[in-house]
Ligand binder design. Structure first.
Ligand SMILES: [Mg+2]
Length: 176
């Protein structure tokens, strides 16, 4: 599989940075020939370790599916955690994805029957979602985490992210 090539220094930078799923410019992505989304679960679709899907998030999924986008949840969490959300949204999932390793990103692309260059990764973490998506040659979209209520293990990553984000805001997204 071939994807777009990204420079080594840009491997931690998303191609797009938005506040939430609701702010993703679908027309612009269609213009870039994006046809499928690989979505992180915790803090991207739901709050951390919660199965509750906000009404507007559920409506957003209906919108993208109606517009012909494909979608797949890719989570490092276990199947038990992921299956209920995936089923209620009516989309496939891959659990225990071992992000940022590339394997599961490639499996998700294959599962949706699209090409890597037609696929965008959406997630709230630079060191799993963005890094993994970039390494797999996919378009990457960083969202602001839904809640700060998180697994304690991500605290270190968050501290590292702070420095990357500070530079990112300055360099690429001066309004953030
Ligand atoms: Mg997440």
């Amino acid at each position: 599989m071939s994807g777009q090539t990204k420079s080594k220094s840009g491997i931690l930078y998303p191609d797009m940075y938005v506040d939430s799923l609701l702010d993703i410019p679908l027309d612009e992505l269609q213009g870039k020939n994006i046809k499928a989304f690989i979505l992180d679960l915790d803090n991207t679709i739901t709050e951390w370790n919660s199965n509750y899907i906000r009404e507007e998030i559920a409506a957003w999924f209906k919108t993208i599916l109606d517009q012909g986008f494909k979608a797949c949840i890719l989570s490092n969490n276990g199947q038990q955690r992921v299956v209920q959300v995936a089923q209620s949204l009516g989309i496939p999932f891959i659990s225990r994805a071992k992000k940022p390793r590339r394997g599961a990103f490639r499996r998700a692309v294959e599962l949706m029957g699209v090409q890597p260059e037609e696929t965008a990764v959406i997630g709230d973490q630079i060191f799993t979602d963005v890094l993994g998506g970039n390494r797999a040659g996919l378009f990457t979209i960083l969202v602001v985490p839904i809640a700060r209520r998180e697994f304690v293990g991500t605290k270190f990553s968050r501290a590292m992210e702070y420095f990357v984000l500070r530079r990112l805001r300055k360099d690429r997204f001066p309004t953030k």
